[in-house]
Design a protein around this ligand. Structure first.
Ligand SMILES: Nc1ncnc2c1ncn2[C@@H]1O[C@H](COP(=O)(O)OP(=O)(O)O)[C@@H](O)[C@H]1O
Ligand SMILES: N[C@@H](CCOP(=O)(O)O)C(=O)O
Length: 336
């Protein structure tokens, strides 16, 4: 359970009185997530999510995150909406933390995604990328290539406690990625953490996206790499190419990839695997005393990273390299 900050009943009632959301009937810490403290508020008007922003969130970034939700919702992406208080502000302070109330989204995340779920997420990701194109605020990715070596330095002395040889393996990977990382791919607003637990479904249908607190400006295809990593490996960590194909072909029906994105995909998958390996490694070694949180396994991402080292080109993820233009996309000049 991710609850780092406890909120007293009195403080909660005072905070909620600043909003027009009714009277709190119950509040409980949510047994999921690892980044922020989340509470489900049940009021006489309905359900809401109260989030207290914790360690990795820079308060200066909150206008980006909250504004992005409003922007995406206005462009037809189903996601939570920040609730404004009586002063018209979406951001407040509670228990010494920046805090916000957002609308509750119906749906459940799927523990064992099928290829059909993967196709839904591929399409939703492409729509997200298009919808973000005119979002006016910028936030560079704080968790991309330049940050990885300094982040690793914070865990390096103890990395081999987690797996023998881990430190040397990560250093070799950093050398490789620093030498080969692309600089010229299409960029825009990315979700940057579109794992299955951040995508809700009702039945087989995707009902919405949540958790925009890593969203930033970066290569669009880096987001695809993160989805391949988090949606397409089976519990035994075998890569399921049918799921990879489902994500990629659904994505390309909305936004076809450029040639450079296609050739860069194996490298981006390595980078994305390393990014999550590094944050998980740090969190594994630094659980805050008293926090109700279950750190995620860093070694899962070491194994995914090793898989990507065996991939020669994006056909290894199910991408059809010689495919004609995707159905539904009219090539330039082809319209009658
Ligand atoms: N808007 C929402 N509607 C419904 N449930 C939500 C919403 N936001 C968060 N949750 C619930 O809280 C959990 C943790 O939220 P998340 O934003 O992923 O936390 P964290 O940022 O700490 O990782 C989700 O898995 C979900 O169960
Ligand atoms: N998805 C990341 C951790 C971030 O947690 P989330 O609950 O915000 O998705 C990981 O799995 O390492």
């Amino acid at each position: 359970m991710a609850v780092y900050t406890e909120v007293s009943d009195d403080a909660l009632v005072r905070f909620v009185a600043g909003y027009d959301i009714g009277t709190v009937l119950s509040s409980k810490g949510i047994a999921e997530g690892v980044e922020n403290s989340n509470y489900l508020l049940h009021t006489d008007r309905g359900n809401y999510i109260l989030t207290l922003y914790e360690k990795r969130v820079d308060p200066g970034d909150l206008p980006f995150f909250l504004g992005l939700m409003e922007h995406l919702a206005s462009r037809g992406i189903t996601c939570p909406l920040p609730v404004k208080n009586r002063a018209g502000e979406a951001l407040g302070e509670l228990a010494g933390r920046p805090a916000a109330i957002i609308s509750f989204l119906d749906g459940m995340w799927v523990r064992r995604p099928t290829a059909a779920h993967c196709a839904e997420v591929g399409e939703a990701l492409a729509r997200f990328h298009l919808a973000g194109a005119d979002f006016p605020i910028r936030r560079p990715n704080a968790l991309t290539l330049p940050s990885w070596r300094p982040l690793f330095e914070r865990s390096r002395a103890r990395a081999d406690e987690v797996a023998p040889g881990l430190s040397a393996d990560i250093l070799a990977e950093l050398d490789h990625l620093e030498a080969a990382w692309p600089s010229d791919l299409p960029a825009g607003v990315i979700h940057a953490d579109l794992f299955p637990d951040n995508v809700f479904f009702i039945g087989q249908d995707l009902s919405g996206l949540i958790d925009f607190y890593f969203a930033c400006n970066d290569f669009l295809a880096f987001d695809i790499a993160t989805c391949l990593n988090s949606w397409c490996f089976e519990p035994d960590l075998a890569f399921n190419i049918t799921k990879g194909r489902a994500i990629l072909s659904a994505y390309e029906r909305v936004r076809p990839l450029t040639d450079r994105e296609r050739t860069s995909l194996p490298l981006l998958c390595r980078g994305s695997a390393l990014r999550f390996l590094l944050t998980r490694l740090y969190d594994w070694l630094n659980v805050p005393p008293g926090a109700l949180v279950k750190p995620k396994d860093p070694i899962e991402y070491l194994r995914k990273l090793r898989f990507h080292r065996t991939i020669a080109d994006a056909s290894g993820y199910g991408l059809a390299l010689d495919a004609p233009p995707s159905a539904g996309v009219v090539p330039a000049g082809a319209a009658s």
